[in-house]
Design a binder for this molecule. Sequence first.
Ligand code: ARG
Length: 560
Amino acid sequence: MDYKKIIAQKLNIDGLSQQEIYSYIELPPNFDMGDYALPCFKLSKLLRRSPIQIAEDLKNNFVTDEFITECSAVNGYLNFKINRQGFASSLLDEIICSGDRYGSSDIGENKTICIDYSSINIAKPFHIGHLSTTVIGSALCKIFRFLGYKVVGINHLGDYGTQFGKLIVAFKKWSSIEQVEKGRLSELTRIYVKYHDEAKLHPEMDDEARHYFKLIEDGDKESNVLFEMFKRITLEEVDKIYKLLNVEFDSYAGESFYNDKMAPIVDELKEKNLLKVSDGASIVDLEEHDMPPCLILKSDGSTLYATRDIAAAVYRKNTYDFYKCLYVVAYQQNLHFKQFFKVLELMGKDWAKDMVHVAYGMVSLESGSMSTRSGNVVLLEDVINKTIEKAYAVIEEKNPNLKDKDKIAKAVGTGAVIFGALCNNKIKDIVFSYDRVLSFEGETCPYVQYTIARCNGVIAKSGEVGKFDKFDMTASEYAVISELGRFKDVVKAAGEKYEPSFVTRYAIDLATAFNKFYMECKIATAEQSVKNFRVALCKAVKITLTNALTLLGIQTVDEM
Ligand code: ARG
């Protein structure tokens, strides 16, 4: 039962659809005046009357009923009181019946969304700079699936470029298969960093590197064996982290996958008269669109990052016939995306409008920006391990007899990392601090997980409870009900705005409302019908918080 919808249906406003009216209806910051409100300020221009007058007129025409029991006009707001008991019982029924589907919808039915995220570079360490794209992308996959879309999660691996020639040169000079198998990514980083130091003194090394890269491209056996080893080691290492973070992909088609798919694109660009030669390179001129040219081929005929992205977009359209194709990539690459989206548009691909760059803010360290070459990085694995250790230590201190301590510490530690990365609006820059991820106080994941464990405690203790009938809700009980009722809209909005932080914030808000209720209201000793209601409330909160955390890729625990 959607009370906002009922209100919208009962209001008749010239020039506004029911959908629009619905979107204007708000939950007031406190419920003294009403349970829902329609601010009339936005309507003033359309209706050419003052907001106060509009609210007054709408009130006079409003007919209350068994669902919407009161309507009043106050200072340009139209306030509604609803039948709270009716709302609470139907909502709790719905949540408890729907379980892990509560909040889901079918708005995405028959639509496919491709999500390009994480998209790591082979042979580079997986550092906290990759955390945002990984957890935002993964959460968006889960959110869109929950909304009924078919989702294709793509890890567009950075597995193409002269750096792999450099790595082969470095490997031959300073490493061995045994050393790489043993040292894994840190060995690859070590020789990569060394290469850059040495190449400053011996620039001829770069020619050798280009030669080896060409050999990879030409299918030379020995070079490809090494390249495949670098790739395998990288994927094995990052896979450990993906597992911890509950991240999965449907495709690992990386840049090199498009090696044989770029020639037709170049031909098409030529045919459509879009390709220009400038200083020997082939470009698409974007001056008319106020952008620097998009480089398609270097003067030696080799392709670029953008060339591969154009080929990848066409491939994805042909393969998945996507409704939308998202790229979860830092805003640093804003121009790149604008450029190649524009090239697709100029090529006449009408679906270019369905390409979305989901940009997010940069992560830096207190000691400056991160760089693999200079070694100034914080490895994601270290961060996750430290938070798990800290979680374990807290459990040892507060609840040493807990069962499955390891498992719980893992859920709490990784949860803290994911939640921390998703709790602010995604475009904000972040300065990474260990203190912050390791703080389990306040608006953090452990707080939400603890709230679920608390609900569980109540549910376990009270056994099966019966129906509840008429009762008056306290303010804090109704605040929980109102939060619970909002979840569906939150998930939808998170999808629409590509903003998992809506779900994170929501989890905090619901947990906060619940904990206030829990402090204020007795449960075990309450009169039976009231107790029944309160236990049902705990069940509904547990379900909804669990669903919210699951959408973020975070595990819940029964006890903590
Ligand atoms: N590997 C790239 C990087 O680390 C990100 C790739 C993003 N996806 C894409 N289709 N361009 O910068």
